[in-house]
Structure formats: C-alpha cells, structure tokens
Write a protein that binds this ligand. Structure first.
Ligand code: CDP
Length: 222
C-alpha cells in the first residue's frame, strides 16, 4: 500500500522583531517545509506603490497589485516583483515606514491573501506574518504567536539595520516599531491578534535555537 505522507500547515504570527522570520526559516529547513514570508509580499506591494508614485492613490495601487506578479525563490529567501529581484529594496527605511499604511487596505489584503492561500494549498508549509493564524490559514495544524519585550525587539531590529549599514539609533528603531505595532494591531481589517488556539511563546532572553526547540517539540508532541 502507498504510504500516506501527512501534510502539515504551521502558521506563526507576531509583531516586528519577535523572531518569526528567523525561526520559521530554520524550522522550514529542519522539517523540509516550504517557507512563506507574508510580510515580504506586503513590502513588495509597498515598493510597487513607491516606484509608481501611487502611495496616495490607493485605487490605482489596487489595480497595479491585481496585475503584478510576486514570486519567491530559494525557499522564500528571495522575492521577485514582476521578475525583478527586490529582496533588498523591500527592507529599506522608506518601505518600513509606509508598509503598515499600505497593508491596512482590505482590497490589497484580499489579493495578497488569495495568493498566499494558493501557495499554501498543498500544505507542508510554515508561514509567518500578522494574520496567518487568523485569516490566511485559520485551520492550520499548528499555530504560534511569538512575542518579546519592545526593548529586545528594538535591539534585534537595530542589529539587522546595522548589518544593512542603515544609520539610525536604537531609540528611533524602537519608536518606529511601536508606531507599526500600533497600526497593525488597531486596524479594522485583519489586525494582528493572538488566535485563541495559538501557543504563545515569549522569546525575550531566548536564543533562536531555544525558540526553534520549543516549536519543534510542540509539533513532535502533538
Ligand atoms: O519583519 P517585520 O516583522 O518587520 O515585518 P514584516 O513581517 O516584514 O511585515 C511588514 C508589515 O507588513 C507589517 O508591519 C504589517 O503592516 C504588514 N503585514 C501584514 O499586514 N500582514 C501580514 N501577514 C504580514 C505583514
């Protein structure tokens, strides 16, 4: 008889700097899963808005989003917008500042969520963002909500930006993260929230390996 391979969907949500991307990427590698960085897609759409100067013209942006093509390669490491590799451009301070305002638009979310659900339709995926446990994959087999203190999240994000040679201070990074958290949790459509069946993991003071262990242990136990 043919062996039935179980197909698994893991969804992770949490605020900026909670460690979702790093952890999800490592778990994907460890368990041989597809990795989906949903935030990268909202960042790509934000770049599309900036490049076409339609940041203020949302109806035009919605049309552009419907026509654009967003693809990942190297298991989610690189992202292409209309066949152009924009993996670095989507992480600039300009995109950081604007992304939460663009991501609150229901029509844009609708297009992006459809695309994410298509990518995840086959299962065997670990996806992270703000609404993966609630809206994109509400029936995920495993749901996690990662969080950490604002100080620690700012410290992690500051280190990322230093690596990109972006001149900033930890105070500026902290206030930008706070502003983005506020927008992401208070928006009307698909706000960041803890799904009632999600396992909460506080990553403050924990290493990436600690958090991976917690997640993999939960998965193996179930
Ligand atoms: O990596 P970081 O946590 O800074 O953010 P991200 O995951 O790249 O997401 C950037 C922004 O996209 C978030 O602040 C949200 O405004 C938006 N986003 C969203 O609305 N829904 C998602 N599923 C993922 C990201």
């Amino acid at each position: 008889m043919r062996k039935v391979v179980p197909r698994v969907t893991i969804a992770i949500d949490g605020p900026a700097g909670s460690g979702k991307s790093t952890v999800a990427r490592c778990v994907a590698e460890k368990l041989g899963l597809l990795y989906l960085d949903s935030g990268a897609m909202y960042r790509a759409v934000t770049l599309l808005a900036i490049e076409n100067s339609v940041e203020e013209n949302i109806s035009e942006l919605i049309e552009l989003v419907k026509q654009c093509n967003i693809e990942f390669t190297e298991n989610g490491k690189r992202i292409f917008l209309d066949s152009v590799d924009v993996s670095e451009e989507i992480r600039t301070p300009d995109v950081n500042k604007l992304v939460a305002d663009i991501a609150k638009t229901p029509e844009i979310r609708h297009e992006i969520v459809k695309h994410q659900q298509r990518i995840g339709a086959e299962g065997n995926i670990i996806a992270e963002g703000r609404d993966l446990t609630t809206i994109v994959f509400p029936n995920a087999d495993y749901k996690f909500y990662l969080d950490a203190s604002i100080q620690e999240r700012a410290k992690r994000r500051f280190a990322d930006l230093q690596e990109q040679n972006v001149k900033t201070t930890i105070e500026i990074v902290e206030s930008e993260i706070n502003a983005r958290d506020e927008k992401d949790t208070s928006r009307e459509h698909s706000p960041l929230q803890v799904a009632k069946d999600a396992i909460r993991v506080d990553t403050t003071g924990k290493t990436v390996e600690d958090v991976i262990d917690i997640i993999v242990t939960h998965i193996k136990e179930k």
